[in-house]
Design a protein around this ligand. Structure first.
Ligand SMILES: *Cc1c(COP(=O)(O)O)cnc(C)c1O
Length: 354
């Protein structure tokens, strides 16, 4: 990098690695099962004649639609540019750089660390094993003085779930010194396990949601931060004045109509069924050593040999390799359409012969 620019950068920014995705690396493929996107694209009707005007900061119809859907009141709902902006706003609002920390449970979604690093906020890295097992008292001790605890539920990329009872116990023991953030990006695939009902009951619970996964609108960039009004109040001061465009608001409003929500639920049950089929094919495969099959629209597997990925690549089949538990031979497969998953079957058949 240019020396002058380098000298201008704070250490935490200079040390950041650029976020890399298949899209940013311009990988070519024909079957995209690497980003947990929905295979169902939707037709949207747009008629906008007021783009000369600034949008509503928090579009009323969208907030009302999401509040109805989540069974909350409108004052519990903040609309953001994807759930990723929700993560960023929480860290910017509640964490003092160089001083405060967030707690995460590895392996988990990468953006908690990326965002904390870019704001020079420390990371208290615990493990999914610690989160899932052991006493709540020990866990709360490990969380220590962290300002925010991120529980990804279901967890990306392992599919693990923490029960509502356990989340409730953790929240209660954390008390007023720590906020408990439950990232429910995949909750539509197991809606009965949502922690949203805890917002009313406990004073420190925040739930993150998105339209990117089950709602099939990853390209829209629309998410929601759900919590008590007093927790959302300082975030409302930090968020940009016009965080979502009128175009986004218009489409989000359509996606939250009762009819569209029914369609989403039908698609979710189809995807859950397709996942079961994929899980059993993976379990039968000699080329796969382990299958982590939990909730969410993805299945994560450990390959016997990492080299079988090149066969997928030759087929134009793009899945997401991961290093998990210190091993670089894990692979997350998003649940796409039947036709897309047939490509996975063809690949599995080929690597089983090896
Ligand atoms: C996909 C994902 C998000 C990001 O959602 P956007 O609304 O697209 O920003 C957040 N959390 C988890 C766990 C995810 O997998």
């Amino acid at each position: 990098m240019n020396n002058m620019i380098e000298q201008l950068l704070p250490d935490n920014i200079a040390n950041l690695k650029a976020y890399s995705s298949a899209k940013s690396e311009k990988i070519t493929g024909t079957t995209w099962l690497n980003a947990n996107e929905s295979p169902f694209s939707r037709t949207i009707n747009l008629s906008l004649d007021s783009l000369n005007r600034y949008p509503e900061p928090q579009p009323e119809a969208v907030i009302q639609g999401y509040a109805d859907y989540a069974q909350l009141s409108t004052q519990n709902v903040l609309m953001t540019r994807g759930a990723d902006e929700g993560i960023e706003l929480l860290i910017r609002t509640f964490c003092q750089p160089k001083q405060d920390s967030i707690t995460i449970f590895l392996p988990t979604y990468g953006m908690y660390k990326v965002t904390a690093d870019s704001h020079d906020v420390k990371i208290n890295a615990l493990t999914q094993l610690e989160l899932q097992t052991g006493s709540v008292a020990a866990l709360v001790k490990e969380i220590g003085s962290s300002k925010l605890v991120f529980i990804c539920n279901p967890n990306n990329p392992t599919g693990e779930m923490v029960s509502i009872e356990r989340i409730k116990a953790i929240s209660a023991q954390l008390g007023s010194k720590t906020l408990l953030v439950v990232d429910e990006a995949y909750i539509e695939f197991c809606p009965e396990q949502s922690a949203v009902s805890l917002i009313d009951e406990l004073s420190n619970v925040i739930v993150l949601r998105t339209l990117s996964k089950a709602f099939a609108l990853a390209g829209l960039r629309c998410g929601f931060t759900l919590s008590r009004p007093e927790i959302l109040a300082p975030i409302r001061k930090v968020i940009a004045p016009y965080p979502v465009s009128s175009v986004v608001a218009n489409i989000a409003e359509q996606a939250l109509q009762p009819q569209a929500i029914n369609t989403m639920r039908e698609q979710v049950s189809e995807l859950n069924q397709l996942k079961q089929d994929l899980v059993s094919r993976c379990q039968q495969s000699r080329a796969i050593e382990r299958v982590l099959s939990g909730e969410g629209n993805f299945v994560t597997v450990k390959l016997a040999k990492r080299s079988v990925l090149s066969i997928a690549q030759e087929m134009g089949l793009i899945m997401r390799p991961f290093t998990l538990f210190g091993q670089d031979d894990w692979l997350r497969i998003s649940i796409g359409s039947q036709a897309e998953l047939n490509q996975v079957t063809i690949w599995l058949d080929a690597i089983n012969q090896q």
